[in-house]
Design a protein around this ligand. Structure first.
Ligand code: PPS
Length: 286
């Protein structure tokens, strides 16, 4: 199981590719004024957002790097299996504007992200926890395969662990609520996976405006069209990076219905009601 390659730090479950040494330097990792940050719980649409931002940056003439090299440094806090050093080391030497990606909960993130100054832009994707759990369940198996292991945890147990906080970067509710505290801060933009799925063009327009770029309507339409699941999947599946090839799976709202039993769904609803009801975060489960 994923437990073979994870550990716990201050109640948070992390992969072993996130080390204590890295977490110690994280608060002081230097965030630049023109950084664009994506801070997400895993499987909520991180790479979708990254690709859209990459396309926007290219259209605005702010970068000439390819999509692959934009995500190459990977997670700020982790050393990807195909990388030689953790993301933050690579990022420190990268030219601006940088795209900084993290799955860390807000209390472990750099101060420049949790207490943002000046012009830094932080985008937070969110996705309904049932689909997030299903996506992470499948992804966990793939990570272990990539590392030459097999994942024998049945869905039943995984679903139970998810609501008990025993999930990568979990507890989910703490992660989401931690970032959600920043909802009124103008450095932040929260985007729901379900909203993006239903109206991608509006989402791209919102992102372009938030990043303060001026792109014409046809360019924005082109970015939205190139960012549909089908179009992105082709690009991802052809990537040279193993990690990137594992991202595009189904890309739909409601895949949880193919996994959850009625009892599991009830248990999730009760957990959601207890932890997230009344917080203003409303997910669409479709
Ligand atoms: S990761 O590994 O945590 O960074 O994963 P992340 O990128 O956050 O999430 C992966 C899920 O996003 C889906 N995806 C998309 N959905 C819709 N449209 C587009 N263009 C798109 N690109 C990626 C991807 O398929 C994963 O969800 P599931 O449900 O597993 O398919």
């Amino acid at each position: 199981s994923i437990e073979k390659i994870s550990w716990e730090y201050k109640g948070i479950t992390l992969l072993q590719n996130v080390t204590k040494e890295t977490l110690d330097v994280m608060p002081n990792f230097q965030i630049r004024d023109d950084d664009i940050v994506v801070a997400s719980f895993p499987k909520t649409g991180t790479n979708w957002l990254l690709d859209i931002i990459g396309k926007i940056l290219r259209a605005a003439g702010k970068t000439d790097s390819s999509t692959d090299s934009l995500i190459a440094p990977g997670l700020l806090e982790a050393k990807l299996p195909t990388a030689t050093q953790p993301g933050y080391v690579t990022l420190a030497d990268m030219p601006s504007p940088r795209l900084v990606v993290t799955h860390l909960p807000i209390q472990l993130a750099p101060n420049g992200i949790s207490k943002p100054q000046n012009k830094v832009k932080i985008l937070v994707p969110m996705r309904n926890p049932k689909d997030t759990a299903v996506s992470l369940f499948h992804f966990g198996k793939k990570i272990l395969e990539l590392m030459g292991m097999t994942d024998d945890v049945p869905w039943e147990e995984f679903a139970h662990n998810f609501t008990n906080g025993k999930v990568l970067y979990g507890p989910f509710e703490d992660h989401v609520l931690g970032w959600w505290q920043m909802r009124d801060d103008p450095h932040f933009l929260f985007l729901k996976y379900e909203d993006m799925k239903k109206d991608l063009l509006s989402a791209v327009k919102t992102i372009v405006a938030f990043l303060e770029f001026n792109l014409d309507e046809p360019t924005i339409k082109g970015i939205a069209e190139a960012s549909t699941f089908t179009n992105m999947k082709a690009d991802m599946d052809n990537s040279k990076l193993a990690e990137r090839q594992m991202i595009a799976r189904k890309g739909i709202i409601g895949d949880w219905k193919n996994m959850f039993t009625p009892d599991q769904s009830k248990a999730f609803d009760a957990w959601y009601e207890e932890k997230l009801a009344g917080t203003g975060i409303m997910f669409d489960f479709e």
